[in-house]
Design a protein around this ligand. Structure first.
Ligand SMILES: Cc1cc2nc3c(=O)[nH]c(=O)nc-3n(C[C@H](O)[C@H](O)[C@H](O)COP(=O)(O)OP(=O)(O)OC[C@H]3O[C@@H](n4cnc5c(N)ncnc54)[C@H](O)[C@@H]3O)c2cc1C
Length: 439
């Protein structure tokens, strides 16, 4: 194939690469300490850069993580300017694409060919390489995280050599959610399926007790369901049901005591409705309904900090009760919480490894001190449920706590060390969490 894939909108990574300071994460929550940022424009150039640069190197995606995960004491390298060159393999139902491409741009290209991804994160602006490296997910009780659709990865190793690994290869499950810890991904092969239509309906004021009494039922009442809450009220503010047309889950006007909202007027706290994908029950292509934010708009609030924890869906109601006991302390610092589900997978560092999962997300006001004070309390409340952190978001978990809830962490770390024995792709964040060894 190889038709050109258009990229729309600004690309911050490119702007910084043109001689400006490296700057910060998208939300400004971490200022990069790396001395240099290289913007590779081809795989050859990337290989050359890794082979000839002295000291530590690390991949930087579209910088939508909220912590210092992507930083390096040496050089950052971005692959966002390497042409995406998507190639569809209809027989195997896969697409192979540059890792620096944004999900939203790939989605537009796939839709034009009549194909679809199984799911999208809330924003389509993230790079594919960065999203899969952290186990980014959307929602849906039968939908794995975005990394779960990865069939193969091509990457540049610590010596600048091009390597590939595919589903079925030994250790593959330890490399997809790889946190940039062993190389720089250049091309990714993703499972695809024929395009489909989705409608998005909003329900307001679902009673909290109704949610807690049948969490899997509520969260499973559509192809992708998200619930938004501030924790303190008696009802859950909004439930967004994204229903796949033709799968028999068309929403009913009256549902579980919640108010069916029509016409489409829902904003999200501090996010104008115009920045959100179309709701109000109008059917549209998957790529214009599964993400919350429109590709051509500013996603989310921007002046924010995000935190997210993963628990087993079967423990979800109890876990929510535990967090709710902190509601009065949480809500003054919160923009909104979103609850989503992720189907179990076998990826060693996925938040949904081995268990169908409830994802409990917090978009905080931009008050780092308040967030730093609250995350340990939320983690303590969720500890009995073996909560795992989202790698790309802010949390306070120690290496010991992370090891306890990540059964394959030692295997992943061993594989990273074997592939990168000199620690070129290691950084303080990975060492702090026990994902790379101290040296
Ligand atoms: C507004 C907003 C909404 C979000 N919504 C969601 C959501 O719905 N679901 C969810 O799960 N998360 C969500 N996130 C988090 C986001 O998806 C992750 O932080 C993701 O990693 C961002 O991708 P990125 O390209 O910006 O990666 P970066 O932040 O640039 O990097 C993250 C990690 O990926 C590595 N990496 C990047 N590119 C490569 C590469 N080519 N090869 C190897 N490693 C690489 C980096 O080294 C680093 O370790 C959201 C974030 C924001 C800001």
């Amino acid at each position: 194939m190889g038709q050109r894939m258009e990229r729309s909108g600004p690309d911050p990574a490119t702007a910084y690469a043109r001689g400006m300071s490296i700057g910060a994460t998208w939300a400004g929550t971490h200022t990069f300490a790396a001395a240099r940022l290289i913007e590779a424009t081809s795989i050859d150039e990337l290989q050359e850069a890794v082979a000839t640069t002295d000291g530590p190197v690390r991949a930087l995606g579209t910088r939508h993580s909220f912590n210092d995960l992507a930083d390096s004491p040496g050089t950052l390298i971005t692959v966002t300017s390497i042409p995406a060159d998507p190639a569809l393999d209809v027989g195997n139902r896969t697409v192979t694409v540059g890792a620096g491409a944004r999900y939203g741009d790939l989605a537009v290209w796939l839709e034009a060919q009549g194909w679809a991804l199984h799911n999208m994160g809330s924003l389509p602006h993230i790079s594919i390489g960065g999203a899969i490296a952290t186990g980014t997910h959307g929602s849906g009780v039968t939908n794995g995280c975005l990394s779960d659709a990865v069939a193969a990865v091509e990457y540049v190793d610590a010596g600048g050599q091009l390597r590939s690994v595919r589903r079925g290869d030994e250790g593959f499950e330890g490399l997809v959610v790889g946190l940039g810890a062993y190389g720089i991904t250049v091309r990714v092969t993703l499972d695809v399926q024929p395009t489909f239509l989705v409608r998005q309906d909003v329900y307001r004021d679902l009673p909290w007790n109704t949610l807690l009494e049948d969490l899997p039922g509520v969260m499973g009442a559509g192809y992708s369901v998200s619930a938004f809450t501030m924790w303190a009220e008696d009802t859950v503010q909004q439930v967004w049901r994204k229903s796949r047309i033709g799968m028999g889950d068309t929403p009913q006007p009256s549902w579980l005591g919640a108010r069916f909202e029509r016409p489409d007027e829902s904003g999200l706290v501090d996010v104008p409705p115009a920045n959100l994908t179309v709701k109000g029950g109008a059917a549209g292509p998957w790529l214009e309904r599964l993400p919350h934010f429109r590709l051509d708009s500013t996603p989310s609030n921007g002046d924010e900090i995000q935190t997210e924890y993963f628990v087993a869906l079967s423990d979800g109601a109890e876990a929510l009760r535990a967090v709710r006991s902190l509601a009065d302390d949480i809500s003054p610092h919160l923009l909104v919480t979103e609850l989503r589900t992720v189907a179990a997978d076998g990826l060693w560092l996925s938040g949904a490894h081995g268990r169908d999962t409830l994802a409990i997300h917090f978009t905080w006001r931009n008050s780092p001190a308040a967030v730093a004070a609250l995350t340990p309390r939320i983690e303590a409340a969720l500890a009995p449920f073996g909560a795992r952190p989202h790698w790309g978001k802010v949390h306070s978990m120690t290496a010991d706590a992370v090891a306890e809830v990540t059964p394959r962490l030692a295997d992943a770390q061993e594989q990273f060390e074997a592939l990168d024995p000199d620690g070129r792709f290691a950084n303080d964040h990975l060492r702090r969490l026990g994902l790379r060894t101290p040296r």
